[in-house]
Design a protein around this ligand. Structure first.
Ligand code: EPU
Length: 447
């Protein structure tokens, strides 16, 4: 018998009060991987308590890294056992596990790593990561029979590498490799997401020589050795966006501490245009609320500094309450609308369409040939009164969306698949309850 948790949400309550934003998942996972680059201790603060963090600790354990956890501080120490293979079952739950390829090839010259798991969001290949590592002198082959990448090298060397398209974790994988490679690496068309700059901060604290030359060019002068460091992970901007939307959607008012407003500009301008309110209380405190009746808005997701793909799903829940016809055009992933069918069950009026795009291969961030005829945009007609439903979550951000919708809906909703939310939101039901939400976690026995 398996016990799976679900949420029971009784909607219709305004969220009010104060909340503190957790450390960024998409930084925490990468700075933890940096423990493979040194034999000295890494002391990492503000690490969120998430399923993905637990999975990463498992991955690192297999590679010889021991960990101690005290609250949100994690201390990692690489025993330098030179383990270079991760079991399939450990890695399959976490997409970022493939990022250990860089450190393993740079330090141990060999890596056997499974094809990444995690949120599927379409084909999600790592060809751009692999091309970069090959450019640095690695030989990498993929065995489709066992699902593993097999890599080896005589030690990585610097490279002048241009990414064909933006890739956030691809840029980070190459940083984690180039920092210990012989010579200088120049990454062109490198991604600009601010989480990457937090990783660069840590690597430089460890003795790395990395400099973002201009927005999309990063220069890395390889060093022979890195040492330990102490580092605090930045706040999670995806979590802040989720709470901002929750406040306005429920007609509440929430004060967010450890707010990272500067990184939210593309969100805040759209949020305010739509009727949301954001009051700056001090440098790191922001109050979110609804300023006026919500009006329809159009967004296109883009790499940083555009409107992030991670925000479009919770944004869709918000738009169900905006009057008029809103649109969301997703350009980063080819399959990130799993929540649409679920929102429809609650009464939302949403339909898919394909906007006219002149050169889709160049326009979309994913490899267009992987696209399986899915439509890349949705139209939302609002406002619609949402009602309760039995909902299922397919991926992390879709999970946040369904919780938001259930908070705004009339009646009691049941949400299954919540392990997806636990991957990226720390104790979300506990924190929402403190703001006045009626949400409980319940174990469900499955035969
Ligand atoms: N892509 C390829 N080949 C590659 C790399 C990427 O085809 O080698 C495609 C992807 O399939 C996708 C697009 O290019 O369609 C962009 O992918 P990118 O590599 O930029 O995304 P990612 O690194 O896989 C990270 C975050 C995502 C976030 C995106 C965009 C982590 C662990 N994940 O993914 O976060 O949405 O960047 O900023 O940092 C989440 O937290 O829920 C999440 C999915």
């Amino acid at each position: 018998m398996v016990i799976m948790d679900k949420f029971i949400v009784r909607g219709g309550r305004a969220l009010n009060g104060e909340i503190s934003i957790s450390g960024a998942k998409n930084v925490a996972l990468k700075v933890m991987i940096a423990s493979l680059l040194t034999d000295e201790e890494l002391i990492l603060h503000n690490i969120p308590q998430l399923r993905d963090v637990r999975f990463m600790l498992e991955v690192l354990k297999f590679l010889g890294v021991s960990s101690k956890q005290v609250g949100s501080t994690v201390i990692l120490k690489n025993a330098h056992r030179q383990m270079s293979q991760i079991p399939l079952d450990v890695a399959s739950s976490l997409r970022t596990s493939s990022m250990v390829l860089g450190p393993l090839l740079a330090r141990y010259h060999t890596a056997v790593v499974p094809n990444p798991g995690g949120c599927r969001l379409g084909a999600r290949p790592i060809d751009r990561h692999i091309d970069g590592l090959i450019g640095m002198g690695a030989q990498i082959s993929y065995n489709s029979e066992d699902g593993y990448f097999y890599g080896n090298s005589d030690g990585l060397h610097g490279v002048d590498f241009t990414f064909v398209k933006n890739t956030h974790t691809g840029t980070e994988t190459l940083l984690l490799a180039a920092v210990l490679a012989r010579g200088t690496t120049i990454l062109r068309n490198a991604a600009e997401e601010i989480e990457i700059d937090d990783l660069i901060l840590l690597l430089n604290k460890m003795g790395g020589k990395i400099c973002r030359k201009n927005n999309r060019v990063i220069e890395i002068e390889g060093v022979p050795k890195l040492h330990g460091a102490e580092f605090t992970v930045m706040s999670d901007r995806n979590e802040e966006v989720t709470f901002a939307i929750a406040s306005a959607l429920t007609n509440g008012s929430v004060i967010v501490k450890k707010s990272n407003r500067e990184s939210l500009e593309p969100f805040l301008s759209t949020f305010k245009k739509c009727g949301g309110g954001a009051e700056e209380i001090d440098g790191t405190t922001t109050r979110y609320y609804k300023e006026s009746a919500l009006i329809a808005t159009d967004v296109i997701t883009l790499p940083h500094p555009g409107f992030m793909t991670d925000w479009q799903a919770p944004w869709a829940a918000f738009l169900t309450q905006a009057s008029g016809v809103s649109t969301i055009h997703e350009t980063i992933f080819e399959s990130r609308f799993s929540y649409v069918h679920q929102l429809r069950k609650m009464g939302a009026q949403i339909d898919f369409y394909q906007p006219l795009v002149e050169n889709p291969e160049a326009f979309y961030n994913f490899n267009w040939q992987d696209h399986q005829g899915k439509e890349q945009a949705i139209r939302i007609v609002g406002p619609t009164k949402l009602h309760n439903a039995v909902l299922h979550i397919d991926d992390l951000r879709a999970g946040a969306t369904l919780v938001l919708a259930a908070l705004a809906a009339e009646g009691e909703s049941v949400i299954t698949g919540i392990e997806q939310i636990d991957r990226g939101y720390e104790h979300i039901e506990v924190r929402l309850s403190k703001l006045g939400a009626d949400i409980i976690r319940k174990g469900e026995e499955l035969l």
